[in-house]
Design a protein around this ligand. Structure first.
Ligand code: SF4
Length: 510
């Protein structure tokens, strides 16, 4: 923000305010290289900008018209010194932006910039040319599956709520992103908040709801602020409220803040929290599509799922389903972190391999170290070892590998990482975050953590490995919600792929 102020000041001092348009956008994806400045019409990309380098860019490039080649992001300069477009760099060239299409492009606080990139066109099309059934059929045909973790088919979920006769229905958005290392939803809300408003209005039209709730973590203040600005603008300009586009369709929405409990990302706990109660999961069935918020049929999807919806309505189901694989249509956003050069946010077609994400887009493991594994799906997911680098990533293949898509956190681990420590890290998290309502999770996570602690402190026994497997099975089959059912996944998958490391702790320390 200081750099943005610096730009504004220098432009004003040089009477350039009318000539240079400064657009303060959301995230470009290359988080490791921020702050970044992209200058048009040349389309050149300055990274890791400081007040000092900003001064040079302003005077030499913006005022003087000469590109500061030595300050450009190194991958945008060829060995011959030629400046390359950003989309030709390794980080961007295999990406396909659907959910993130406006992030880093538009000013998220200006509704006219969203409208200029086809914003609210899908809502107009649906309300004026499509029946609610048409909208559901299009989403079904697209093959869109929930991006929040479970991968449930979105159109099918909407059809369950649509067929309920109950007069009052709700739509809700899960923006309670709590996985360590995940920040996809935050970036979408910060970079393109109107897409969520439009998508939720489409879902409301499809199922017959007139009110929506977005449940956002209070730890995301910029996301909350920009979403509220967007809601106010949409209401002012007639995209929310009564009789939208003169079609007789009424829809409005509000934000509810989450207080940071990981379990509130579980759909029934989230619903309970919106209702004003302690965020604890409820048994399912009944599923929220039948009996959700305040006992009424409710469609709940996460931010990334919703952000695909307007484009599907506008461009058609075939356009979307032509991307990806049988086990996952469209694209997926991943937050890449850990031992990788290009830490950041990427959106890739489903079916891309882990190797392409880590080595090509991510730039590989730094400091000459070897790649050991990638952890996907956060505390509910598992590890994919180096031997599986060529497997196409989609919902089904990750489950076959003993991991899961989760919301899209992808942590790269190098040869120096102890996999037992990694499992312990995630379990420590779930011990803290278990809501305590059911015994298998409340006690099971604690006992599993204690066994890992025993092993890593050199007091483990071979029989501990059998206990881990038995306890994990019990937790998977008897916990009330997904948090407990999946809490042992990081342990089970590391034990499956890296058993030798567990054995090394036990045998070496004897
Ligand atoms: Fe709570 Fe864990 Fe039981 Fe879920 S599985 S209800 S988080 S104790």
């Amino acid at each position: 923000r200081k750099l943005a102020d610096q730009i504004d000041t220098v432009l004003a001092e040089n009477n350039l305010t009318d000539k240079v348009l400064v657009v303060k956008t959301g995230c470009f994806g290359l988080c490791a290289l921020g702050p970044v400045v992209l200058v048009y019409p040349e389309g050149v990309f300055y990274s890791q900008v400081t007040p000092e380098s900003m001064d040079i860019i302003l005077n030499k490039h913006i005022i003087g018209g000469e590109v500061c080649t030595d300050l450009l992001y190194e991958d945008t300069v060829s060995p011959e010194g030629k400046v390359l477009p950003l989309q030709d760099t390794d980080f961007y060239k295999k990406q396909k932006r659907v959910a993130l299409r406006n992030c880093g492009v538009i000013d998220p606080e200006k509704i006219e910039e969203y409208i200029a990139t086809d914003g609210y066109q899908a809502l107009y099309k649906a309300l004026t040319e499509m029946t609610p059934e048409d909208v559901i059929d299009t989403i079904k045909a697209s093959g869109l599956r929930g991006r929040g973790g479970g991968g449930f088919p979105t159109g099918l979920k909407w059809s369950f709520a649509a067929r309920e006769e109950n007069g009052t229905k709700y739509v809700a958005c899960n923006a309670d992103e709590g996985d360590p290392g995940a920040f996809m939803d935050r970036s979408i809300l910060e970079g393109d908040p109107h897409v969520i408003i439009e998508a939720m209005a489409l879902a409301a039209y499809a199922i017959g709801a007139n009110h929506g709730f977005v449940y956002v973590r209070a730890e995301y203040p910029i996301a909350v602020q920009r979403l509220q600005i967007a809601i106010d603008q949409a209401r002012r300009d007639g995209f929310l409220g009564k009789d939208i586009f003169g079609t007789g369709f009424d829809y409005d929405m509000e934000i509810r803040l989450g207080a940071g409990a990981f379990v509130c990302g579980e759909e029934t706990a989230l619903i309970t929290s919106i209702e004003g109660n302690r965020g604890e999961p409820r048994p399912r069935p009944p599923f929220p599509a039948v009996k959700g918020l305040f006992g009424k049929p409710t469609v709940l999807n996460n931010v990334e799922t919703y952000s695909n919806v307007p484009q599907i309505i506008l461009k058609g189901a075939e356009w979307f389903s032509s991307m990806g694989t049988e086990g996952g249509r469209g694209t997926k956003v991943f937050a890449i972190g850990g031992k990788v050069k290009n830490v950041g946010l990427v959106e890739v077609p489903m079916g891309i391999t882990l190797g392409e994400i880590v080595n090509e887009i991510g730039g590989g493991v730094p400091n000459g170290k070897k790649f050991k594994a990638a952890q996907t799906g956060g505390p509910s997911g598992g590890c994919i070892p180096a031997s599986q680098m060529d497997v196409a990533i989609d919902f089904d293949n990750l489950v076959k590998l003993g991991s899961m898509m989760g919301s899209g956190g992808l942590i790269v681990l190098d040869e120096d990482t102890c996999m037992v420590d990694i499992a312990k890290f995630y379990l420590d998290f779930t011990v803290d975050e278990s809501c305590g309502k059911c015994t298998p999770c409340r006690i099971g996570t604690k006992r599993l953590y204690e066994i890992l602690e025993k092993i890593t402190s050199g007091n483990g026994e071979l029989s501990d490995l059998d206990t881990i497997e038995e306890l994990s099975k019990q937790m998977q089959t008897s916990s009330l919600c997904a948090l407990g059912q999946t809490a042992s996944n990081p342990v089970v998958s590391t034990l499956k792929h890296f058993r030798d490391e567990y054995l090394a702790h036990i045998v070496d320390k004897r």
